[in-house]
Structures are given as C-alpha cells and as structure tokens.
Write a protein that binds this ligand. Structure first.
Ligand SMILES: C[S@@+](CC[C@H](N)C(=O)[O-])C[C@H]1O[C@@H](n2cnc3c(N)ncnc32)[C@H](O)[C@@H]1O
Length: 385
C-alpha cells in the first residue's frame, strides 16, 4: 500500500506501522479500535495530526468549510458578535483550529463589525497545526494578532464568550461494535494471518456493553450491524466547557440524530478515511498519512451537554444556520462582481443539500445565556434529537 508513496511518507508510515504492531502485541494481540485511532491520529511525532502531512485544503487530504470560503468565517463572526454583545463582552475559544483559517476570518470579520473578543484562545492538540496557525495568524493586523493565544489545556479559570469547534467532534477516537447472534461484540485491530492490520471482533468489556445499552438501540438491528460510539465525548465536552461561566459553545460537524445514526440503513457504520481528497472506509490503508473520522451522534452531544450542565439553545442544518446568520447579505456586500460570483459558487458548496448543507449540523450549547441566536431563526430541529 505504501510503495507508491514519496520516500519520507513511506518511512513515516513504516515507523507508525511498527509502533502499531508493538502496541497490538503489548495488548495481547487485539487492540480496541479507539486505541488504534488515537495512535494513528495523535501519537506524538507520528500520528496523522501530530506529524507534518499537509492535511487540510487544496493539496491536502480533505477540505473543510473555512477552507472552502471566507463566508463561513464571516457568518461565524456574526454569531460571535451576537454572543459577545448579549454578554457585554468576552472572549472566543476555538477548539481544533486546523490551518488557522477560521480564526483569521472570524477575527477579521469581527473587527469589521466593530466587536472584538478580549482574547481569541485556541486549544489545538496538533503541534504541527499549531505551528501553521501561528504562521497564518501572524499575518493579521497587529491589533488582532495580539489577541490570539494558544492554550495547552482547556481554560482553568472562568471565562465568558463564544466557543467554536468546526469538525472537531468527528476527530475524537471512537469505539466500533458489531452485532453477533443477538449480542454486542467490540471490533478491534489485529495483525492477521497475512501479516497485515485487520479487523477482529472480541468480547466487549462491560463498560462498552453498558455504553451501547445506554443508546437504547432498536431491537431489530440486523445480524452483522456495525457502528461506532465515542466514549470520550461526555468527559471531553464537560472539560472544554467547564470554565465557560456565561456563553455559547457552537459545534459544527457531520452527523445525525440517534434514530437515524443507528438505523438498519447504515449497517456498516459511519467511519470514513480521507486521503488526498478521496474518501474510503479502510482505516488500515495509510495509517499516519490519512484522516480517520466518524459521524457525530447529535443526540449524544445533547446528552453530554445535559451532563455538563449546558442548555441546548439550537440545532439545525448548516444551510439553516448560515441563512440565519446572513450568508446572503455577506455575498451581496461583496463590492466587486467577479469576487461576488466566486463567493456565490462557494456558498452553493456550503449550502446545497447534495454538498455540505444538510449533512453538516450546527448545535449550540449555552450556559447562563438566554438571548436568541440568529443561527436558529430560520430552522431549529431540536425536537429531532
Ligand atoms: C478535521 S480538523 C478541522 C480543522 C478546522 N476546525 C477546520 O474546520 O478547518 C480537526 C482539528 O481538531 C484538532 N483536534 C482533534 N482532537 C482535538 C482535541 N482533543 N483537542 C483539540 N484539538 C483537537 C485537530 O488537530 C485539527 O486541528
């Protein structure tokens, strides 16, 4: 698989393969998939996010909304301005800031709207992406650049304002499970008889069975049904929002409410890998050189919010949210026609149901915040969660 890769990539892939095999052996020959995903994505110096692969945007492996168009950041800036104005000021905290493009666009647009955060904090797990964020954000005007700070852990002191996370929930490691003879088994990773990494199901620990039982899945899911769940979601969401005293945490990602996520129609689950703009479902093809993601169960996000003492302020499609946030006005305000035409084409990618418009959802979680949010004035689908 790695022979057609450039030399530095095949050396990197070989080093990660060696480490994965060691960890599989150390675990007794079978490694739970979430442990595999954690290593493949985040192992310091070797994981996909930790090391130097280009990752986002043109020339990378996948393209996110902020990389498609500055309109996305401008709409999120409108959201942040609304939150900060309702609170009488505050900060922005962005989780998993990728190339830094969203931070750049949000700060620029907030400045144009006359409301800036005191601080624009970034919590980023990847040393490589932090470095790229620093380079890009250093090109902001000084009055904006000085507001940006990088955190090593979620804020430990009270703060108020807007938390943003675009395509971060889908990057948290997931467990995989399968139905066999009416019971749940956990899917793990082994070195198979051919010497390659592969799937094998094993006895699910009682904590995993309890977590699956808590999903209250339909009894008629077919034999062989496979899916995912993210054990980190509850503790992680609790930790990143713990010190947000007043404010709104906005998570944007591809996903579904639980009754659609765990349905017979989706019996192979939602795991996807992204390599050089091609999506596939084999997480053993290029470990360390490609992204591995799973869709988000938004009902579970709502449950995690409840456990963290947060209120659900709105849930809807990306189309509904961006229209509510004034994407049409943002396009109309572009002064020159060629750019306006280009922005309109980008907006179609963000909004069309066949592109990102319906697959991607916005969910807003609030603490001590009761002002209306523009993102959900067009559409609020909370009842579907
Ligand atoms: C799919 S990329 C999205 C990047 C960016 N938000 C965008 O929309 O272009 C996922 C981002 O989340 C970061 N990330 C993943 N897990 C994280 C965690 N536990 N804490 C902070 N950042 C994390 C990754 O390093 C990466 O920057």
């Amino acid at each position: 698989m790695t022979s057609a890769l450039p030399l530095h990539e095949s050396a990197h892939a070989a080093a990660l393969q060696r480490l994965l095999r060691e960890r599989i052996a150390a675990a007794g020959g079978w490694l739970p998939f979430d442990a595999y995903m954690q290593i493949a994505l985040y192992e310091p110096g070797l994981g996909y996010y930790s090391a130097g692969a280009h990752k986002l945007g043109a020339g990378g492996d996948f393209t996110t909304a902020p990389e498609i168009s500055p309109l996305f950041g401008r709409c999120l800036a409108r959201h942040c301005v609304g939150v900060l104005q309702a609170l009488g000021g505050g900060d922005v905290l962005e989780l998993g800031a990728g190339s830094g493009r969203l931070a750049f666009d949000v700060l620029t647009a907030m400045a144009a709207q006359g409301t800036l955060p005191g601080r624009y904090m970034i919590l980023e797990i990847s040393a490589d992406l932090r470095q790229r964020q620093r380079q890009l954000l250093a090109t902001l005007p000084a009055a904006l650049a000085v507001r940006v700070e990088w955190l090593d852990a979620p804020p430990a002191e009270s703060w108020q304002g807007a938390l943003l996370a675009n395509e971060v929930l889908d990057a948290l490691p997931v467990k995989r499970f399968v139905r066999r003879e009416g019971a749940w088994r956990e899917l793990g990773v082994v070195v198979n008889a051919a010497g390659a990494l592969g799937w094998q199901d094993g006895v699910a620990a009682s904590s995993v069975v309890n977590a699956i039982d808590a999903l209250a899945l339909p009894a008629d899911l077919p034999e062989g049904f496979e899916s995912e769940l993210c054990p980190l979601l509850l503790p992680w969401l609790g930790a990143v929002t713990a010190c947000m005293q007043h404010g709104v945490a906005l998570f944007v990602d591809y996903g579904l409410p639980r009754h659609e996520y765990y349905s017979a129609a989706r019996n192979r689950g939602t795991l996807r890998c992204h390599h050089r703009q091609r999506a596939h479902d084999d997480p053993f093809a290029h470990p360390g050189l490609e992204d591995i993601t799973a869709w988000v169960d938004f009902t579970r996000v709502a449950e995690a919010a409840d456990a963290a003492g947060l209120d659900i302020l709105g849930y809807g499609t990306q189309t509904g949210a961006l229209l509510g946030l004034g994407i049409e006005a943002e396009i109309a305000a572009v002064p020159d026609e060629p750019t306006r035409i280009r922005r309109a084409a980008e907006a179609r990618q963000l909004l069309m149901p066949t592109e990102m418009g319906e697959t991607f959802k916005f969910i807003a979680l609030g603490r001590a915040f009761d002002a209306p949010l523009a993102a959900f004035t067009h559409q609020d689908l909370q009842r579907h969660l």
